[in-house]
Design a protein around this ligand. Structure first.
Ligand code: HEM
Length: 425
């Protein structure tokens, strides 16, 4: 066992590495990885790790040795409260996602088609990221709350927008600091919380009145019809978590799909040939193998959750290093997905890596949805949404780039500024 701190870039006493990191986040991590290897210190309490086995070890020890909440390079964690809140979250997670009913997913696909049609009404130019946020925000709210979703996507969008100035810098400002954006965020979060409380109570009363209703139509039904039933407070908390997590990330992913369709006309042509031969009024997602492979390869090169962090709940270890309670471990799926040790021609866009029969990727080297007990609950749903939206877009429109995107590594990796003209085919 080694007790000392892993090597790493020299830090300024006051600001650590924040200034240099914020200037070019991925460049900073790449240079430090090249110089110091698979485990290096970012500052006094943060260790960055680039080895897939070590990363997997941290992810699988989430909830026991590591805390699963909070964003990377984030503020102090409430480690004492972490145990109880993780238990409640995990209990609701098990009920909410366990045997998620076919009827709820089937109903979601039908309604997703309607939401797609309402978003893309005909030819015209669009700002891709905000458009996808509206579509996927509405889709996730509908999946969670069905007929009780009114007003919820707007609140989720506003709360997320209020967080952006906070996620744009890596300075560790305490979350209680009364800045305008923290105040706005806290207010919107309270409104969302209250709205969800009302939705949970109202649905509870409705279900009591119709005792024959056993087949869940959405996630809220799933939570309230479970035996034993999830408490109102836990259902409210779980719904809030799912709504927030299922908004910006799939929208960023879908925006990268659009960017890549424009960048890779040959591969886009393969997707189009597949969807043109498919009956998209009755889509069979399992048969859209080229489309799904395209989406998976986009998630390799542009994983929206490009940086993931965990805090040690108590003194623990990372390989041969010792971590003290509160230490943070950070890793980047973006860098892992482009590491030449684990990928053949890592910078090339090659959807065939994901076609049936292709060799499996190196163990634990592909983590766009995370791993371990806190792996994305929406992974299958997200793949379903992205595959269908890609298929519908390509089937109905020709795409032309109007404004080029820049890779923006903020709280999420997004194609900032991407603007596209859609022409109905
Ligand atoms: C392409 C789409 C998506 C991607 C790439 C993605 C990615 C991720 C990743 C990487 C994590 C783990 C973060 C960490 O370990 O810190 C995560 C967690 C989560 N995701 Fe997703 N996600 C997607 C879609 C969705 C959707 C559609 C939903 C909900 C409907 C969703 C709900 C969640 C939730 C609730 C968590 C937290 C799980 C927990 O902590 O137990 N995600 N997602």
């Amino acid at each position: 066992m080694r007790y000392d701190r892993p090597p790493g870039p020299r830090t300024s006493r006051l600001l650590g590495n924040t200034l240099e990191y914020d200037r070019d986040r991925v460049g900073f991590l790449r240079r430090a990885h090249a110089e110091f290897g698979d485990v290096f210190s970012y500052d006094r309490r943060t260790v960055v790790v680039a080895d897939p086995e070590l990363i997997h070890g941290v992810l699988t020890r989430t909830n026991t040795d590591f805390d699963g909440d909070g964003s990377p390079f984030s503020n102090e964690r409430d480690l004492d409260g972490a145990d109880t809140s993780a238990d409640e979250w995990m209990a609701a997670r098990r009920v909410g996602w366990h045997r998620l009913s076919r009827s709820a997913v089937g109903a979601h696909v039908d309604r997703l088609a309607g939401m797609f049609d309402a978003t893309f009404t005909g030819s015209g130019s669009i700002d891709v990221l905000p458009t996808m946020e509206r579509l996927l925000g509405a889709a996730t709210a509908d999946f969670c709350l069905g007929r009780s979703a009114a007003g919820v996507p707007e609140l989720v969008a506003a709360s997320t927008a209020a967080l952006v100035p906070v996620g744009g810098t890596s300075y560790r400002l305490p979350s209680w600091l009364p800045t305008r954006s923290t105040r706005t965020f806290v207010e919107l979060r309270a409104q969302l919380w209250d709205g969800l409380g009302t939705a949970v109570r109202t649905r509870g009363t409705e279900l009591e009145r119709e005792p024959g209703q056993h087949e869940p139509r959405d996630l809220l039904d799933q939570l309230l019809l479970a035996d034993p039933r999830v408490s109102d407070g836990d259902a409210q908390r779980f719904l809030r978590g799912v709504l927030m997590a299922g908004y910006g990330v799939p929208a960023a992913a879908m925006s990268w799909v659009v960017d890549t369709l424009l960048d890779q006309p040959e591969h886009a042509g393969v997707v189009r040939a597949e969807v043109d031969a498919h009956d998209l009024r009755r889509p069979d997602v399992a048969a859209l193998v080229q489309t799904a492979a395209f989406v998976r390869e986009v998630l390799r090169l542009r994983p929206p959750t490009w940086l993931i962090g965990r805090h040690a709940r108590h003194d623990t270890t990372l390989g041969s290093w010792r971590l003290t309670r509160g230490a943070e471990v950070v890793f980047s799926p973006y860098l892992l997905h482009r590491d030449g040790r684990f990928w053949d021609q890592p910078e090339d866009f090659r959807p065939r890596r994901w076609l049936p029969g292709a060799p499996a990727p190196v163990r634990h080297a592909y983590v766009p949805f995370g791993a371990g007990p806190r792996v994305c609950v929406g992974a299958q749903l997200g793949m379903l949404q992205l595959t269908l939206i890609t298929a519908w877009l390509v089937a109905r429109f020709d795409l032309q780039r109007e404004q080029t995107a820049t890779e923006s590594f903020g709280g999420l990796l997004v194609p900032a500024g991407l603007r596209v003209r859609l022409t109905a085919r």
